[in-house]
Design a protein around this ligand. Sequence first.
Ligand code: NAG
Ligand code: NAG
Ligand code: CU
Length: 317
Amino acid sequence: MKFLPVLVLLGTSLDVALAIPQGGAPPRCTTPRVRKEWSRATAFERSSYVNAVKCLTTKPSKIGKNHRLYDDFVWVHATIFQHVHNVAAFLPWHRYFLALYEASLATCGYLGPAMYWDWVADSSAPSRAAVFSPTTGFGGNGNQTSNQWGTNCVLDGPFKTLQLRYWNEEVRPHCLLRIFEPGHPEFNITEMYGDNYSPAVMAQVNAETTFQGFAHFLENGPHTAVHSGVGNLGGDMGPQSSSPNDPLFFLHHTQVDRLWYLWQRQSPSTRTFDYGGFRFDGSAATLDDYLPMLGLGPDMKVRSFMDVNAANLCYKY
Ligand SMILES: *[C@@H]1O[C@H](CO)[C@@H](O)[C@H](O)[C@H]1NC(C)=O
Ligand SMILES: *[C@@H]1O[C@H](CO)[C@@H](O)[C@H](O)[C@H]1NC(C)=O
Ligand SMILES: [Cu+2]
């Protein structure tokens, strides 16, 4: 029996999906999908990915809101933001969120794997990364002629006409905003804060031996630096709770997910289910905590998102 993992995730709750049928075998992950770096995707994959992202703006909300399917991801992330950042659940919650996005892209005709932007590889000149190409990427920097909020529109690429609805949790219609950090040598700040996600920094992050240490360093170091490097304070990718407004958010977080995967793979027997840290209320997190998804998908346990080889995920890098 063959499973399309995204459909398992969409169509049923995990409890159902993982229920062991009487006398039968549980669903298994036999052919994991291989997630790709954007620059290594084919032209067809890239254009069908971009078309599917645009298609999300033509579909109705899945959670009964008066906005588009595109905005569901922004709204859910913004609304639940404090509960899933700077807490133990940061990595598994985003792993689940990415899987739901991948499933939505599939309903919009993109059947390929999720893609990532390897910003560690591009850290010495991030603005020249393939993802910012106007022809084969997501467009480049926003218009920098004014510093008034809402004017730093991305003027090239496939998303130059994208209309966005939320800024944090407020309804504030705007264009796709980007404000690349230009770099300030006098303050030892490199372009787009690239020095904060260099191979040397990633080696330090990888040297962390516990989930808690690794996750905290990854989130507050490289992850945040990339958000700020692309968006700064007035851009959509900045440290806003509405950062999924920028389609690049998902390639950024797929890279975060990949780095976690690579760390887990250094010692699968001890690290795959290594989890710990704090919940939003300060109490100790456990693998049986639920990940709140506000209806975008069923709330499921952290435990279900630790192993990418599980039938509900079934991918690798
Ligand atoms: C850039 O922004 C300025 C100020 O908002 C605006 O006057 C100008 O038309 C914009 N440039 C383009 C090419 O849209
Ligand atoms: C500049 O930043 C780099 C990377 O963050 C760091 O290794 C270096 O020590 C800093 N240099 C100074 C003079 O602060
Ligand atoms: Cu987030």
